[in-house]
Write a protein that binds this ligand. Sequence first.
Ligand code: ZN
Length: 181
Amino acid sequence: MRYLTIVLSLLLLPSAVVAGTSLTPRPVDPVAAEAFAQALERSEIVRTLVATLEASNVIVHIESSRTMPLGIGGMTRFVTARGGYRYVRISFDAQLWGRDRIAILAHELQHACEVAQSSAADMASIRKLFDQTGHHMGMYYETQAAASTERSVLAELRASRGGAGAPVRIGHSGENQAPRR
Ligand SMILES: [Zn+2]
């Protein structure tokens, strides 16, 4: 029975606690893993947000979603608090790509940090937190800090690419024809 008990514990306990590692956000699917790896690699702002989360008791799971509500690129949901940890789930539109995807991820990581930097640990206190720090956008809450983070990351990524990410216009009539003004 001892073996069975251990297996059950592993299933019930969050893996972060079992492994004893820092609470780095956890992508739960391949698209999310790729997006998170790119965001970490390319954005200093994202690395700072992640460091804040790693120093907190908030465990973030990140998933890509093909069923996001129309016009919503990402969302962050409070899931539960258990065993001294708070669980937050970030979803982002699986069809996002490149800088937009990293910026949305940063936006949602900022929301996770807003939870991390508060003591809110149930739905009522989360609602109260965002009533105080955010505003309603339709059915959702939004915060200035998250919108600002998204803009800052877009600017950061544009600057780091030195304009190489800008659209390149190529003439249709010639091969590799230089863009003309
Ligand atoms: Zn938001």
